[in-house]
Ligand binder design. Structure first.
Ligand SMILES: Cc1ncc(COP(=O)(O)O)c(C=O)c1O
Length: 345
């Protein structure tokens, strides 16, 4: 149990304040399915950030949050435009296609990001009955490659969306890390930047489990309470997700955890830059590092510090830092890298 993982930010445990919040609500009886004062409070905590108009739905998983958020916006013949590395495209076992029956139209990304100029050429065949009808652009903030969209980049995308009558969804599984990196309140790069619906991830940032689907455009949430149930994402003991969110937002815990994991990634980057055998492949903007490692040392390193190989052809690996990653973890990892390079290269 002492092993320290760089595989994902969901390998770490639960922040003690969040665990305490779960224990605190673990007495007495309350109504199920979110009809309780603990859930009411958590929703109002989120509305404090995003405004009273926002419609908030708690769900179990990031994949579930994406499905529920997207479902409010789309009919089965309407298509989603997203990057070729979008989690909804590559890592959800086809959940969006299955639950929404919508086609995904992917765009080549650079550093995990798409840009506004790539959208218009895809808008062909609109109004033609033989073609799927693009209706939504989905972006991920922070991206699957640990980068962030600036507010200007987001606005450029949402402006095109407005002109072309498209909605914009943000997969915010790691939106805390993006907020920490941008130094902005999430409302500034979501609602105020023209995002219609987003997920706000909790699990990857110190929660046990739980994500929030937030409709910033409340008109899109009219059927969501039914869709959440139909898609098996309605928690009967909702209070245990809700209590986590209230603790998460109390005294900026969410932000402090994200600031910390981002800082640890920077420290890890710094420690790896000294090895000429390692090439950092993406800008390190949040809590992820992508780097090409010498293949001889990857499995040996993984034995002690599990992490994923992102691309087995190029030997690009992903290293993720968590709210509980320490400088000692980084020093130990870096020392092991050094020992293995000296021994095997
Ligand atoms: C960007 C992004 N979105 C969504 C998810 C989905 O989360 P979950 O594994 O909880 O379904 C992940 C998980 O890795 C993710 O990285």
């Amino acid at each position: 149990m002492n092993s320290r993982f760089f595989a994902s930010d969901n390998c770490s445990g639960i922040h003690p304040q969040i665990m305490d919040a779960i224990v605190e609500v673990n007495h007495g009886h309350v109504k199920g399915y979110g009809h309780d004062h603990i859930t009411e409070k958590a929703i109002s905590d989120i509305k404090q950030i995003f405004g009273n108009q926002a419609e908030v739905f708690f769900v179990f998983s990031g994949t579930g949050a994406n499905v529920i958020g997207l479902q409010g916006c789309l009919r089965s013949y309407e298509a989603i435009i997203c990057s070729d590395v979008a989690h909804i495209h590559t890592d959800e076992a086809g959940a969006p296609e299955r639950f929404l029956q919508s086609k995904l139209i992917t765009i080549p990304s650079i550093n995990g990001k798409i840009n506004a100029n790539q959208i218009k050429p895809l808008l062909i065949g609109r109004g033609v009955e033989h073609h799927v009808q693009p209706k939504l652009i989905s972006i991920t903030q922070s991206t699957e490659y640990g980068t962030i969209y600036s507010i200007e980049e987001i606005k450029a995308i949402t402006n095109i969306a407005k002109e072309e009558n498209l909605y914009v969804h943000m997969d915010g599984a790691r939106v805390s890390n993006a907020a920490a990196a941008l130094g902005k309140s999430p409302i500034e790069f979501t609602k105020e930047a023209g995002i219609d619906v987003m997920s706000f991830g909790g699990t990857k940032n110190g929660m046990m489990m739980g994500e929030a689907v937030i409709f910033l455009n409340p008109d899109l949430a009219k059927s969501t309470m039914y869709q959440r149930k139909q898609n098996a994402q309605l928690a009967s003991k909702m209070r245990f997700i809700s209590a986590q969110f209230s603790a998460f937002f109390k005294d900026d815990l969410w932000l402090n955890m994200a600031v910390h994991s981002n800082r640890m990634a920077k420290a890890l980057e710094k420690s790896l830059l000294k090895f000429k055998e390692i090439i950092i492949t993406q800008p390190v903007e949040v809590n992820a590092i992508f780097a090409i490692f010498p293949p001889q040392i990857i499995p040996l390193l993984q034995e002690e510090f599990p992490f994923y190989v992102w691309n087995e052809f190029t030997n690009e690996v992903r290293l993720m830092c968590s709210w509980d990653t320490t400088q000692q973890d980084i020093d130990a990892f870096s020392l092991k890298v050094e020992q293995l390079i000296n021994k095997h290269l």
